[in-house]
Ligand binder design. Structure first.
Ligand code: DX5
Ligand code: ZN
Length: 236
């Protein structure tokens, strides 16, 4: 995998909630790399969305990798239920718990990938201490809580800092150094919020390789073409 191999994660938050299972199948049929599922608690962020039961319904509808982004306080308490309902990766917020390492370790112990998310205003210095301990870092490009917000371009500097740190430390997928002669994909740096045809190339240029997109993709007349368009920005 080259650095510019881009994964596209449509956010089901922008889909039709009246037909979640159909929408999950539509995302899979359109060739997405995973489905991004946003879970909120109305405390860490001022909104409520889906919960474990809805995640289970999405999981039964498709074989696709489920990328679960939880915007909740006490993330530890939700992990088991989300794993039981099909989560393949759980990404929680650095700002939501004092036990970041414990939660990352517990998620991995459950046999799935662990991701760590940062609000746009959180200092990028904090990423360094967790780099070797998670499978993905999510740099929020909007304040978490709602779809359809304006992209925060100042976050691009954080993405660049993180990619440079990965390169400097020679950390690849899973936050590990490759053994001699081993080819590992790049470390996963995800961006989420306001990602569209204009901002996606900027995110990729800065070093992001996993793009979450909700509003933009679900407004596209052809979901598959929209996904491919975002992915193709990695080729340029
Ligand atoms: C916002 C969520 C996002 C949201 C992105 O807190 O984490 O995943 O769905 O939506 P758009 O792409 O519309 O900004
Ligand atoms: Zn999200």
């Amino acid at each position: 995998m080259r650095r510019n191999d881009i994964q596209v994660a449509p956010s089901i938050l922008a889909a039709d909630f009246g037909h979640l299972a159909d929408e999950a199948r539509r995302i899979a049929d359109a060739g997405a790399d995973c489905i991004h599922v946003d879970i909120m608690d109305s405390h860490f962020v001022p909104n409520l969305t889906l919960g474990p039961k809805a995640l289970g319904a999405i999981n039964r509808a498709t074989e696709l990798f489920l990328d679960v982004h939880i915007m909740v306080y006490n993330p530890y308490n939700l992990v088991t239920q989300l794993v039981e309902n099909g989560a393949d990766r759980i990404t929680f917020h650095f700002e939501a718990t004092e036990d970041v390492e414990e939660v990352l370790g517990f998620i991995r112990k459950c046999g799935i990938q662990a991701g760590l998310a940062f609000r746009p205003e959180t200092s990028v210095e904090f990423v360094l201490r967790f780099l070797g301990k998670c499978d993905l870092m999510l740099m929020m490009t909007v304040p978490p809580g709602f779809g359809g917000q304006k992209f925060h371009s100042e976050v691009l500097e954080k993405v660049r800092f993180l990619r440079d740190a990965c390169d400097r430390l020679n950390l690849r997928a899973g936050g590990v150094e490759p053994k001699e002669g081993e080819l590992l994909p790049p470390f996963s740096i995800q961006v989420d919020g306001g990602v569209d045809a204009l901002t996606a190339p900027q995110c990729i240029e800065a070093g992001a390789n996993v793009l979450v997109a909700g509003t933009y993709l679900f407004k596209e007349p052809d979901l598959a073409a929209g996904i491919q368009k975002l992915r193709d920005f990695g080729e340029k």
